[in-house]
Design a protein around this ligand. Structure first.
Ligand code: ADE
Length: 419
């Protein structure tokens, strides 16, 4: 079995963390047990391009239990947990190609290894795997049943491929399932981003001016969590509706150029490029921490930051680089501008990834069951499967809900009764 990981000796530590995460992933565990009996993926190869974390390990265990031959490659150069990669290789015999801190060349060579696995199903976090297949191995599309996509950014890229008529197999937009983005993006990103910022910088949030760029699901979660820790939160937006929502949620809203003058911490979560740029660095408050929790490291213009500074001191603390400006100010870049929650912390907690990865697992089963029936489009997962995941999760949390009476059901599905 080929693989490329940092150190096989890290496997025992990784296994402990995989099993620890498993305790908090009851929905996925139930799916794994069912998959082990039903083997829905017998004879299928899967290549997954995901953050190599303890939670992902439990997803690939479920796919493997279902009979798939799974290969796992990193979906970001800085998010790999090397002990998890080692345990997957040594304890679970899953080929992994991922090393924390790998350079871009190695990152893409790892994606090539995922492609060399000759998958029937692919799974992406950011659409890099599909993009490389379509660009460099177009012939492979004939054997690919479908692909799953985990992120907002990836879904945007895949919809652009669909629009340009270059998408050659169906895609399930796992991110767009309610069981994914309403919880993972909001509560997962909200908590893990704060976790990453604190682990990297050690900063006290209480009383700090904290700028959240972007008020999508991730931005909402982050703003809420920062406020919860006592920060004075400012939201920047380009969308009027979302800006009103942020304002009515009680946050100050203003353009980034104004926000940077008072910000002490800035985190970008927009999915767009150059959200922090040269003109912002020029007027940014001294000693500001800047970081990103969006999928790609394009949100902070790192070239412009480099050009604006007379000296750069790397790793003045783990995951902190200091950029000194000519006028004496310093800007602290956390996590090299890569997603801070996975670079400096451990990503979202297992309990929320339980729902995201249950959605992934059931999406895989859905495309196998519907082989040949789907077009080369980006699809939502059917609502019934979301409901199944939500019901299992709620029960695992110890909560129950009411059910409609027949009379209520009739009322909701009819129009006759009015004033
Ligand atoms: N994305 C965000 N958090 C994650 C985690 N813990 N595992 C995998 N992907 C993630």
């Amino acid at each position: 079995m080929k693989f490329d990981i940092k150190d096989e000796k890290l496997a025992p530590a990784g296994k402990k963390r995989i099993l620890w995460a498993d305790r908090d992933m009851p929905v996925l565990a139930a799916i794994r047990e069912r998959f082990a009996k039903e083997k829905p993926f017998a004879g299928l190869r899967m290549s997954c391009c995901l953050h190599v974390t303890a939670e992902t390990a439990n997803l690939v265990r479920a796919l493997q239990a279902g009979g798939a031959e799974v290969a796992l490659v990193a979906s970001n150069p800085l998010s790999t947990q090397d002990d998890i990669a080692a345990s997957l290789v040594i304890d679970y015999k899953i080929p992994v190609f991922a090393i924390k801190g790998e350079d871009n060349k190695t990152y893409y060579s790892h994606i090539e290894s995922g492609i060399a696995h000759s998958p029937h199903i692919t799974m992406d976090d950011g659409a890099d795997l599909v993009s490389e297949i379509l660009k460099k191995h177009p012939e492979l599309h004939k054997q690919i049943l479908a692909s799953m996509e985990e992120t907002t950014t990836g879904v945007i890229r895949l919809k652009a491929m669909e629009k340009d008529n270059i998408l050659k197999f169906p895609v399930i937009a796992v991110n767009d399932a309610q069981t994914k983005h309403m919880f993972d993006n909001r509560y997962g990103t909200g908590q893990s981003t704060i976790d990453g910022i604190i682990r990297a910088s050690g900063v006290l949030l209480a009383g700090k001016t904290f700028v959240v760029a972007g008020y999508g699901w991730c931005g909402r979660g982050l703003a809420d969590r920062a406020r919860g820790l006592g920060a004075n939160v400012i939201v920047t937006e380009i969308n009027y509706i979302k800006a009103i929502e942020a304002a009515m949620d009680g946050f100050r809203v203003m353009p980034m150029l104004d926000a940077v003058k008072e910000a002490e911490i800035i985190c970008t979560v927009t999915g767009n490029t150059n959200v922090l740029d040269a003109h912002h660095f020029k007027v940014m408050k001294d000693s500001c921490y800047i970081c990103n929790s969006g999928h790609f490291d394009v949100e902070i213009n790192l070239d412009a930051l480099q050009k604006a500074s007379s000296k750069v001191e790397k790793n003045i603390r783990n995951f902190v680089n200091a950029y000194y400006m000519n006028d004496g100010r310093v800007i602290y870049l956390l996590g090299e501008g890569r997603l801070i929650n996975l670079a400096a912390a451990e990503g979202h907690p297992a309990s929320v990834m339980d729902m995201s990865f249950a959605t992934q697992a059931l999406s895989c089963e859905y495309v196998v069951k519907n082989k040949g029936k789907l077009q080369n489009k980006v699809y939502l997962l059917p609502e019934a499967l979301e409901t199944e995941i939500a019901a299992t999760k709620l029960a695992s949390m110890g909560f129950n809900i009411d059910t409609l009476t027949e009379e209520q059901h009739k009322y909701l599905t009819s129009w006759e009764v009015g004033t």
